[in-house]
Structures are given as C-alpha cells and as structure tokens.
Design a protein around this ligand. Sequence first.
Ligand code: OAD
Length: 310
Amino acid sequence: RQKLMQYNTIDDAANLLRESKNIMVITGAGISTSLGIPDFRSRGTGFYDKIRALGFESGEDVFDIHMFDEDPSIFYSLAGDILPDQQRYTPTHAFIKLLQDKGKLQTNYTQNIDNLEELAGIDRARLIQCHGSFATASCRKCKVQVSGQAIFADIRAKRVALCKTCLQNPPAPRPQKKRKHSKPRKNGWEDSDDDESSSSTAYDIPQPGVMKPDITFFGEQLPDTFFNRFTDHDSPTVDLCLVIGTSLKVAPVSEMANHLPQNIPHIFISREPIEHVNFDIQLLGDCDYVVYELCRRAGWELRHEMIPEE
Ligand code: OAD
C-alpha cells in the first residue's frame, strides 16, 4: 500500500480518532506486557527467547501442531508461562473499550490468547480472537470441547492433560492378529512372534486423546469468523485501521492492513518500527502511554489506573 501523505503527526492521529466512525483495531502481545505477560519476539524478555535458551531451535516449534501431536509434553512443560491468570487489564485494553463506548469500534482483531479483551468488556460480537484462546480446550482424538479452566491445573503442573471423555468411554479394544511380545528366556528376555494360531488374543488398549487449548497452532486454520468478518463486513466499511503492540510477523494477520482499501488511514502504535507495511503514522513507545496521550489530544478521558513500572 502507498502511504497517504496528509497524515503525519500525533495530532493527525488524534483527529482521525475523533472523526472516524468504524475503527478496526488489530492487536498483539505488546498490549498485555505491562501486566508482566511476556510477548513472543522481544529480545531478552520474549517467550521465544526463553524457549531458545532451553535448547529449542525455534520458539515457534512449541506452537507447531505436528510437534504437539508428536510430543505434547513440550507444550505442557512451557505453557504455564503464558497461561492467563490475570484479573487486570491494561490501559490499552481500556482504550479499545472506550472506542466501543463511543460507538467507534467496528472490530478488534486480537492475536492474543490471554482473553483480557473480554475482561475489559469488549463485546464478543466485535472481537475476533484470530489465534483462538485458552477459554476452551478440545480433545485431539474424540474432539470433545471443554472449558479451558478444566486443564489449567495440568498446565500449571506441567502435566499433559488427557481427555476425560475418552477415559470414561473408551472405544472397544481392537484384537490384534499378530504381535511381537517378549518371553522369558535364558539370559533375559527375547522378542518372539506369535502367529495366528496362538491360543491367546492380544488387544490394542485404546489410549485417551490429549487435550489441547483452543489456541491456533502453526499448521492450523484460523477461525472462519476471521476471514468472513474481514472480507464481507469490515473491509468494505472501516474508515481507520489501528494496529497496536504487534511485530506483524505472522500471516494472515500481518497481511490484513495491506488488504484494506487504499484510502483508509493506517496508524501503528508499538515499541519497534515496522518497515514491511506502509503505515501513515507510526507512534513508537509503550502503548499504554501513547493511547493516554492520544486520548488527551482527542479531548477524551481514558479512565484506567496506569500500571506501575517494575
Ligand atoms: P510479538 O512478540 O511478535 O510482537 C510484540 C510487539 O509488541 C514487539 O514488536 C514489541 O516491541 C512490542 N511491545 C512489547 N511490549 C510493548 C508495550 N508495552 N508497548 C508497545 N509495544 C510493545 O507478538 P505478536 O505480534 O502478538 O501465536 O505475535 C504474533 C503471534 O506470534 C502470536 O499470536 C503467537 C506468536 O507465535 C500464537 O500464540 C499461536
């Protein structure tokens, strides 16, 4: 997209907020870091650096669906760090709620899985959790869905959560025609093959499925509501795009801003600048402070206690 030349300053941004009626807000992990929740890619403090320090090649592997199916214990040993246990939300969440109260919030597309938008009072109907959330969890085998809370104790204990439904209603064991087993032999145990004429039948004991929080892993589809809402509802009608606290490294969210009509102004608020999308205005700094200043200049009162710095 081409930059619109008429918008440059923070006052232009405040004016755009005042004048716009249908604002799309795209958020990322940076809007929750003031609560002590790590983001993913900040050097030193991000969740992925911590994972790499533990010897993993790439932090993103923890959220890879194929890796999860192969060995869910990796995810379960680390997910406690990003489990939502907050009863507080940030001034930036309060700012998005303020846009809603003023009738200006069209949709908040969040990449966050901490569910704090709900705590802040953002309407479910205006919220798209692009990467799902910990609010529910599903069995990889029988697909039953339960409240996310049901597996929080396992996540905190770093224990793989198994499906209670599978455990209660195990499918009938399948007899095996032929299987290897071990027989006691001199000098230890030795493998041998049973043939079909063997008098005893061996059974495959069915294993319960593993529970997975309904967060979208790499290799999984985003929810249909994401594509439907963006294409049919928002893209034709939004008049301002606000992107806050994200590195915009993960598609398809990283592509959204480029798929809006050319004349829609784009504002970016985050600690680090972005070069791969042409924003009209980039306001760099801690987003809680930036949104306060924007509200002050727009003549709005943002009521929320600033979270003290550690
Ligand atoms: P990132 O960690 O990639 O980016 C967060 C950005 O926010 C960084 O560029 C920080 O500089 C900035 N930031 C941090 N704290 C801030 C603050 N207080 N004020 C302003 N900016 C701040 O996180 P996301 O872009 O959200 O996927 O990551 C996108 C996706 O990648 C996540 O949803 C996650 C991950 O893989 C899943 O959970 C499946």
